[in-house]
Design a binder for this molecule. Structure first.
Ligand SMILES: [Zn+2]
Length: 382
């Protein structure tokens, strides 16, 4: 049974139009550049920024790649003896820049690299860290390690095909979830296609490194007077999401369970997502670093997590009701989608996440369409 399920998952991953497929990220990336409206936080990142959270703890937010692919946040945690890094981002050149900066901060070695999940924008820098720090241990949840070693190495070979897929979407005028591209999104697809070549050039010299130390529920590491807890709270963005919690400093890294200002709901497990976030909300944190987006503190962080919980639960309840009424399976998805869109207050949810920003609103519509697909698949038993 388990073997069949595993094979099925890999079949999903090989389908570029499935929302689990990381090419879906481009739908979001593309949706984020549409207007010049300045939001407080943006899904589109144009500059690299570093935030010092405490002595020896830094978060790096990366500029998007030339092909518009977003790059996950990286957090550096320095103990008395050694260093732990959370997520290695996407471009090897960005990982190299981060490593150079870590060496300016400390002469201690990076001993651990944690991958919060297997997606490329958090793991493609693994090989760069591996080369820079001999004896490095790459830590991940068992499921993340399985997905990484099964899927990530072939990314370098498959990458040139990404341009072809983007061209197909552009020609079709709508994304894999049927969302019609706006004029701004069409322009961004063209820019993404133009940015493929420099990224491909970078990947030519990279050797992928999968996690070599796995955990199932929780792992604790002492870096020397600095305790790091790595936990799996349940499925959400992927089957193997890890969060990293510093109990003394009350700092939490969420991976893509939390993305700000508009969540990533491309696949994953929307039905489990809310319950996993409820557990995350129980942790005693004051500072939260999302997988993408700005560092949030105290009430702002709490209220955003609770908004995400409400959103996940509201959408999956609607999708569940309509799936039971109209039917499971891919053939019934269009009817389920239509009914959900009619019955749920989309405009209100869009406003809560995207405010008045046109580009974030487009991002919301993209993630919302993908979320219905994912929830319907999950409730249908995929
Ligand atoms: Zn990500």
């Amino acid at each position: 049974m388990k073997g069949i399920k595993e094979m099925k998952n890999f079949a999903i991953l090989e389908n570029p139009f499935h929302p689990l497929h990381p090419c879906s990220y481009v739908f979001l990336a593309v949706a984020l550049l549409v207007s010049n409206v300045v939001a407080i936080d943006s899904g589109k990142t144009l500059e690299r920024t570093v935030v010092k959270l405490a002595d020896g703890i830094y978060t790096i937010r990366h500029k998007d790649a030339p092909d518009t692919f977003p790059q996950g946040n990286t957090t550096v945690i320095i103990g008395d003896r050694e260093v732990l890094v959370v997520d290695s981002c996407y471009l090897p050149s960005s990982a190299r820049e981060d490593i150079a900066e870590i060496r300016r901060w400390t002469s201690k070695p990076v001993r651990y690299l944690v991958n919060t999940h297997w997606h490329f924008d958090h793991t493609m820098g693994n090989g760069t860290y591996w080369d820079a720090f001999p004896g490095l241990t790459i830590v991940a949840h068992t499921e993340t390690a399985r997905q990484s070693s099964g899927y990530n190495p072939g990314w370098f070979e498959r990458f040139p095909k990404r341009g072809d897929r983007l061209k197909q979407i552009l020609e079709a005028g709508k994304d894999g979830n049927g969302k019609v591209l706006t004029e701004g999104e069409r322009k961004e697809y063209q820019d993404a296609i133009a940015g493929i070549a420099p990224v491909q050039e970078e990947f030519k010299s990279v050797v992928d490194r999968a996690p070599n130390l796995t955990f199932d529920s929780e792992m604790r590491i002492d870096l020397g007077n600095r305790e790091v807890r790595i936990m799996h709270l349940g499925r959400g963005n992927t089957a193997g999401d890890a969060i990293i919690f510093l109990p003394k400093e009350k700092i939490l890294m969420t991976g893509d369970l939390v993305v700000h200002p508009v969540p990533y709901m491309f696949g994953g497990y929307p039905k489990d997502f809310g319950a996993t976030l409820r557990k995350l909300d129980q942790l005693n944190f004051e500072t939260m670093i999302p997988g993408h987006g700005e560092v949030m503190r105290n009430e702002k962080a709490r209220s955003y997590v609770r908004l995400l919980i409400d959103f996940c639960e509201a959408v999956t309840e609607h999708v569940s009701n309509e799936t039971h009424r109209l039917g499971a399976g891919a053939a019934n998805l269009p009817a389920v989608r239509e009914a959900v869109m009619k019955n749920i207050d989309v405009a209100s949810w869009r406003r809560k996440f995207a405010g008045e920003s046109k580009d974030e609103q487009d991002a919301f519509d993209t993630t919302f369409a993908a979320m219905i697909t994912a929830a319907h698949g999950e409730i249908s038993g995929r």
